[in-house]
Design a protein around this ligand. Structure first.
Ligand SMILES: Cc1ncc(COP(=O)(O)O)c(C=O)c1O
Length: 480
């Protein structure tokens, strides 16, 4: 997209040449439509639905302030436009005999190259297959890579359930601890690998936490893992829309072996995502899913399969998801990851500084040094039920947050200092009285004014939530 203005000048030059060839006597066509250049300064204009009003409790209609971007992001207009455009030429992928089918199949496969290039993956070494989301990708990886329930995987206590349960359910998992702030302890990874020398097959880590936003130095982890004979898998759900990610480290030992991410967290809907992984490794395995599109020949009593990546994509694929993913990559690269991370740092700082002024606030993670965090801040108040507070923010302020333990229970319980023996009592809890945090997660289009709006409304919302919790709920969430 960066070269669109250049393309425009080429069009104008061609028009001028045609003009002089025609003896300088025709009317110039209407100015060719210029493609916008997307920047961190103007991207909000291209967020679908950003000004769509929602109804508040008092009946007022106001655009939502969306601070729930770690869960899913709104769609960008150019992504939606690309999907609309491509649907006019949509045909079956890899199966049909039509011009549309050829067109769709070519774009579907070209987007693999775009994904590989987006994450710095050499196509000689890595392949890309499409998945529905990160959960789908990690489950497919686990089902392919894990050969026995005695296999050993090393994860961390920071992981989202999507990068924990698929391994737990298939083999043995050991966990490296996090420190008091919630950062991964690299020495603990090293210690566990040494104690289990040669037995850990895979080290699996998230590149950024969905709870604290902490970014893990995955290339450092790769070096440690490789030195002990393990391969590394990276859950990229919270990094792809926030920081430039590369499979390549500074040395080959620091390279990442497998990377998984979701497109719906990078401004594309349609349930897309991808796994990028070592071609040799993926080629040795098959995932749990079988069906059409992945076979060479099926006989009465035997069958042979295509090579990866096709072998990982049984059934008809999600073409709009793939088109959206490709378009989202283009826009994010154009906006630029330096600009995105600078913007997030400003929003993080503003929010944390504002929150610190509020009585009884608990902010998770280091509040001085925010440099190693993507745009995610989780907090709560020792004297307020967070379920009721999040509901109040939504109903009275039109502010979307997330509340709970964010599918990362062991991490959240640690950060909140809730001991293991107390967890039994949560089995019976309802949403309202299960302990948790409130999470604000930023997208590229959020503004400082929106952060200020949240900070302005919080004191009144807290008071209102206290009254509401007493009046409407018999048992308030215990304070930790
Ligand atoms: C760190 C992390 N990993 C994995 C996931 C799962 O992503 P998805 O719901 O797209 O499968 C999430 C979702 O929030 C996440 O934050």
């Amino acid at each position: 997209m960066k070269n669109k203005p250049i393309r425009l000048s080429v069009i104008m030059l061609a028009a001028l040449m045609a003009f002089s060839a025609a003896g300088g006597c025709f009317l110039l066509p209407a100015a060719a439509e210029t493609a916008p250049v997307y920047t961190i300064g103007n991207i909000r204009e291209y967020v679908v639905g950003v000004d769509e009003p929602v109804e508040l409790a008092d009946g007022a209609m106001r655009p939502l302030i969306n601070f729930d971007n770690a869960a899913t992001t709104p769609v960008l207009r150019p992504v939606m436009d690309a999907v609309d455009r491509e649907l006019t030429m949509y045909g079956s992928i890899g199966r049909g005999f039509s011009q549309k089918s050829d067109h769709s199949t070519a774009l579907y496969n070209d987007t693999r190259d775009k994904v590989l290039s987006f994450v710095g993956a050499d196509p000689e070494t890595y392949i890309c297959f499409y998945v529905g989301n990160t959960t789908d990708g990690l489950n497919k990886l686990a089902s392919a890579l894990i050969e026995s329930e005695d296999d050993l995987v090393l994860a961390t206590r920071m992981e989202h359930h999507a990068n924990d349960l698929p391994w737990r359910e298939r083999c043995r998992v050991i966990y490296a601890e996090v420190d008091e702030q919630g950062r991964v302890i690299y020495d603990d990874i090293e210690r566990l690998l040494t104690e289990n020398e040669g037995r850990v097959k895979y080290v699996t880590v998230t590149a950024a936490s969905n709870v604290t936003g902490y970014v893990t130095d995955v290339h450092r982890v790769a070096k440690i893992a490789h030195a002990h004979g393990a391969k590394i898998i990276v859950d990229g759900a919270q990094i792809v829309a926030h920081r430039r990610f590369s499979m390549l480290g500074e040395t080959p030992e620091e390279n990442i072996d497998f990377f998984v991410f979701s497109a719906h967290k990078m401004y594309s809907p349609y349930g897309g995502g991808a796994v990028v992984g070592l071609a040799d490794e993926l080629g040795k395995h098959m995932p749990e899913f079988y069906g059409g599109g992945i076979v060479n020949i099926v006989r009465d009593d035997s069958q042979t399969y295509k090579d990866a990546p096709a072998s990982y994509e049984a059934g008809s694929p999600n073409y709009p998801g793939v088109v959206g993913l490709g378009a989202a990559i283009d826009v994010l690269l154009e906006v630029g990851f330096d600009a995105i991370s600078e913007h997030e740092a400003v929003l993080n700082r503003r929010l944390v500084d504002g929150l610190r002024k509020l009585p009884n606030v608990i902010i998770y993670g280091d509040t001085e040094d925010l440099s190693d965090r993507v745009g995610v801040v989780s907090f709560n108040f020792s004297d307020v039920n967070t379920y009721v507070l999040a509901t109040t923010l939504m109903e009275t302020g039109g502010i979307a947050t997330r509340r709970g333990a964010f599918c990362a229970h062991p991490y959240v319980w640690r950060l909140m200092g809730i001991p293991d023996e107390q967890l039994d009592s949560f089995e019976e809890c309802t949403d309202v009285n299960t302990p948790g945090m409130i999470r604000v997660s930023f997208g590229i289009y959020n503004t400082e004014e929106e952060v200020d709006a949240l900070l302005r409304i919080l004191p009144a919302a807290i008071e209102r939530a206290k009254v509401k919790a007493d009046e409407e709920y018999s048992r308030a969430e215990p304070a930790y």
